[in-house]
Design a protein around this ligand. Structure first.
Ligand code: NAP
Length: 337
């Protein structure tokens, strides 16, 4: 384990904002993570686990604790039967690497989640999903270090409390994911139910293999989301809300037809639609931050923006949505501390 001091969060997050982390521990093994936890305990400091920092908003004041940056690598594939291959990957493997390695072997299951930033270990935390596929569908288990008890357990899908962009890992921060196992299949079919992919399919785009689907998804995403390497952003900032049937009916009376999708507990509506059509907030700028023109769910920060500017815009957006629709929107992006 290597520990460095006073590393600015602007170097650790894709928003490229935030003050110094008191200590940064890069951890390449379970043992490194244990050492980092012991390091924090010995100094009576809190700790926080991060991956690639692509879903994080770090305070301008920084963090007086130990930032454990997950760097555990390794990826393996074990055939289970003619239809199933178990992929096991270290929590620090980039999610894109996992998607590419699966596609190289012609394995189906995660291709629609191509292009999602972040690490394999972060994927179960918010049960990432895109274009009709969610992590939980292929998820088999995660090996998890419980920092409170210093024990490692293998958690099966039913132990993880998965929901829409939800899991128990969001609430129980003592559970540190070390590796993840997914069940993929050499036999599969393109899942093109989402309109962005359906359009490509109808236009005759080659979408016959996991690799072709992955590339198509990356192209669609490139047209909608800013490039994290160039812009300060964390992708979608808010979750798409799930509202009751009555609330949905009231919105339609007020704002006309709004797309609706079935979801556990109600009706899922695209927040981007509400921000754009109902509130006219597409491209809305407040100081050094703005809502991305192609996708208003995304906040983009200028080079000189600070975390407090992003917070202020996000709070303003949440207030406007609440005032206009009564919906209390939730952030997808996590704040530190
Ligand atoms: P989009 O495709 O315009 O979809 C907007 C909303 O409508 C989402 O809530 C989406 O549900 C829903 N939706 C669209 N078509 C649907 C269908 N055929 N069946 C059921 N629900 C449908 O959204 P976008 O912002 O451009 O994002 C594209 C995809 O990437 C979406 O699936 C989005 O969830 C995903 N994404 C995921 C993350 C993440 O995991 N952190 C971040 C950014 C974007 P779903 O959200 O359930 O797909």
């Amino acid at each position: 384990m290597t520990v460095r001091e006073r590393i600015p969060f602007s170097e650790l997050t894709t928003f490229k904002t935030g003050g110094p982390a008191r200590y940064l521990a890069d951890c390449e093994s379970e043992n490194d993570v244990r050492e980092a936890l012991a390091f924090a305990r010995a100094r009576r400091l809190p700790y926080v686990v991060i991956g690639d920092g692509s879903n994080l908003l770090a305070s301008d004041e920084g963090y007086e604790g130990v930032v454990i940056r997950m760097r555990i690598g390794g990826i393996s594939f074990s055939p289970k039967d003619a239809d199933a291959v178990l992929m096991e990957a270290g929590a620090g493997v980039p999610w894109e690497t996992a998607v590419e390695e699966a596609a190289l072997r012609g394995l189906w299951g995660i291709e629609n989640m191509a292009g999602i930033p972040g690490t394999v270990g972060a994927a179960p935390v918010q049960n990432i999903g895109a274009y009709g596929t969610e992590l939980e569908t292929s998820f088999v288990y995660a090996d998890v270090l419980d920092a409170d008890t210093d024990t490692v357990a293998r958690l099966a899908k039913e132990d993880c409390g998965f929901g829409y962009r939800e899991s128990r890992f969001k609430r129980e921060r003592n559970l540190i994911i070390l590796s993840v196992a997914l069940l993929l299949s050499p036999t599969g079919a393109p899942q093109t139910s989402y309109s962005d992919l359906a359009r490509l399919y109808e236009a005759g785009e080659p979408l016959a293999t996991p690799g072709e689907i992955g590339n198509a998804v990356r192209r669609v995403r490139a047209g909608k989301f800013p490039d994290l390497r160039q812009s300060g952003t964390a992708g979608s900032f808010f979750k798409n809300p799930i509202v009751s049937e009555d609330a949905y009916a009231a919105l339609v009376v007020r704002y006309g037809d709004i797309p609706r999708y079935p979801a556990a507990g109600g009706v899922k509506i695209p927040l981007a639609f509400v921000l754009d059509r109902a509130l006219g907030l597409k491209g809305h700028r407040q100081g050094a931050v703005h809502l991305f023109g192609n996708q208003p769910l995304v906040i983009v920060a200028d080079d000189d923006a600070r975390t407090r500017d992003i917070d202020a815009l996000a709070n303003e957006i949440a207030k406007r949505v609440h005032d206009a629709t009564g919906i209390a929107i939730e952030r997808e992006v996590r704040s530190i501390p």
